[in-house]
Design a protein around this ligand. Structure first.
Ligand SMILES: *[C@@H]1O[C@H](CO)[C@@H](O)[C@H](O)[C@H]1NC(C)=O
Ligand SMILES: *[C@@H]1O[C@H](CO)[C@@H](O)[C@H](O)[C@H]1NC(C)=O
Ligand SMILES: *[C@@H]1O[C@H](CO)[C@@H](O)[C@H](O)[C@H]1NC(C)=O
Length: 512
């Protein structure tokens, strides 16, 4: 039971003949009401917030561009007022009351389920979306909207600020889908609920990345503190210590100053870096958090493009980007030295802006393999650029974690090479040349099938990254509930360490 059909559910208690009778009566009533109201000049359409008519056409073409989609979103949304504000301060009583209601709801669901094995309990995630004050949400989107044309401002390592925000705009795509009217939504894996006690998970729509890049440093820190207070004041947060709350912090710098106070929440991340540069050990792990793909920088190479480029991919290995990076990215300089001048290899220094984007896109579409080395972090947007360009990623990033790995097998669409092998003289090219054309063809077919998993859009599409996000999260829910309950009854100071986390085995006992 899900998505747009959720509100049409009804199990009729009537027999079919009485149903027909009731239908006829209702029809008569409806028709007479119609004539009554349509003759009245003051007749008025009233909307509740589930049926706001955002776009006239229900079959809206999915929009893939963040800037374009945001523009439409703000134009429409600015006409609708925030109908509600969830600001609250938890106290013992409110937390207890919520906890009691949640218990009742969960019991109902458990017992309902025993008679109806096809019921929705296990599959459709119910998400409560907080209504936060506009300074955490709409104001930040407007700030982006009003400044994005000014792409001249660069970050310390030379990337245009707005481009970076776009790359990490998963917070926009998830939220825009969640709050869209049900009639416009396509996803069946998640449904928005309006009562907290019905929720499996809580979504916090705070735009941490936009604040980080577009606000002045102290202003940003102050907003982070405000957001932290707002979130932790919620009764639902208090009840679970945040364990069932989803926090989109997709840029590794975003929300950094207050992250330690929200470490039990579900973080939406670009990767997990085990060096401790970006994420402290004990704050992130695969069982708790979720990795989401970057928003690609290049346009997707669709079926037509894939067949047109099939015969013209003449570059064996392509890389365009900066060769000097920190941390794990030092591998880039070594690879640059090892590969430069080798026949069939194109390595270019990247440039910002539209021309840089075009060159990267064309280069990837002309190539069989695309180098995807670690950058400042183990992950980079380039991996997803390669995939949507139909270029087989050659991943050289030993600590990389990948999005949706519970659902996707990346060995079917990418090659993984250890950095120690990759820098051995001549090794990489010999390895690439040993790969059979039939295998390349098969991988490219798989890539074409997989592209949709990496294309954010509005409306969000089935099997797109938003959909896979909810499917992955649905898999975590029982375990999250387990840990909430356990923490509610466990004796404080007991040996409460309980871990099934994927992280380096050493030092586990010192992490909490
Ligand atoms: C770009 O930098 C200038 C000068 O530092 C500043 O006034 C302006 O607000 C910045 N624009 C954005 C979008 O950050
Ligand atoms: C829950 O609220 C109480 C006060 O009612 C507070 O002492 C406690 O720290 C809160 N817990 C969390 C996890 O916010
Ligand atoms: C464990 O942590 C300590 C302190 O953080 C560190 O000095 C030590 O090297 C770590 N041990 C291992 C095996 O990683």
């Amino acid at each position: 039971m899900a998505g747009k059909y959720q509100r049409e559910r009804s199990s009729s208690p009537f027999s079919s003949s009485s149903t027909i009778f009731v239908s006829i009566i209702s029809l008569v009533v409806i028709v007479s009401l119609f004539f009554f109201f349509s003759s009245s000049p003051s007749s008025q359409t009233s909307f509740n917030r589930n049926t706001l008519p955002v776009f006239e056409n229900p079959e809206i073409k999915p929009e893939l561009s963040f800037v374009t989609s945001l523009e439409k979103f703000l134009t429409y949304r600015s006409r609708t007022k925030n109908l509600h504000d969830d600001t609250a301060v938890a106290n013992e009583e409110s937390v207890k009351k919520l906890d009691e209601l949640i218990w009742k709801n969960e019991m109902e669901r458990v017992y309902e389920d025993q008679f109806d094995s096809a019921s929705s309990i296990s599959n459709v995630l119910k998400v409560y979306v907080y209504e936060m004050p506009a300074k955490f949400t709409y104001d930040l989107l407007w700030l982006f909207r009003n400044t994005y044309k000014d792409t001249s401002n660069l970050t310390s390592n030379g990337s245009p600020v707005h481009r970076l925000i776009e790359q990490h705009s998963i917070d926009y795509w998830l939220w825009a889908d969640l709050i869209a009217p049900e009639s416009e939504r396509r996803l069946k894996s998640v449904v928005r609920v309006y009562r907290q006690e019905e929720a499996d998970l809580f979504y916090i729509p705070f735009f941490t990345t936009i604040s980080y890049f577009l606000l002045e440093k102290q202003e940003c820190k102050a907003l982070y503190r405000d957001a932290l207070k707002w979130i932790t004041d919620q009764p639902a947060w208090n009840r679970s210590e945040g364990r069932d709350h989803i926090l989109p912090i997709h840029h590794p710098w975003s929300f950094k100053s207050v992250r330690k106070s929200v470490k039990k929440a579900i973080w939406i991340l670009p990767d997990m870096d085990s060096t401790g540069n970006w994420y402290k050990p004990g704050q992130v792990w695969l069982e708790k958090d979720l990795i989401l793909p970057y928003v690609p920088n290049v346009e997707v190479c669709d079926d037509k493009c894939m067949s047109e480029t099939e015969k013209t991919r003449n570059t064996l290995l392509f890389f365009r980007g900066r060769l000097k990076r920190n941390a794990g990215g030092k591998i880039r300089a070594k690879l640059g030295a090892e590969l430069s001048g080798v026949e069939g290899v194109v390595i270019e220094e990247g440039t910002a802006g539209d021309s840089g984007k075009k060159a990267a896109q064309e280069g990837m579409r002309r190539s069989i393999f695309c180098l995807s080395p670690a950058g400042d972090t183990p992950s980079s947007a380039r991996l997803f650029d390669a995939i949507v360009s139909g270029c087989i990623p050659l991943v050289i990033s030993d600590e990389l974690e990948l999005p949706f790995e519970g659902l996707l097998d990346y060995r079917k669409i990418a090659l993984f090479v250890s950095s120690s092998d990759a820098i051995l003289s001549g090794w990489l090219i010999t390895f690439l040349k040993s790969i059979k054309p039939s295998k390349i063809k098969e991988m490219r077919i798989n890539i074409a099938k997989h592209m949709k998993h990496f294309l954010y859009s509005h409306p969000a599409q089935p099997l797109g990254p938003e959909d896979l996000t909810w499917r992955m999260l649905a898999g975590k829910v029982s375990n999250i509930k387990l840990h909430i309950r356990r923490s509610q009854r466990v004796v404080k100071e007991s040996r409460r360490l309980c871990t099934c986390e994927c992280r380096p085995a050493a030092n586990i006992t010192t992490l909490f």
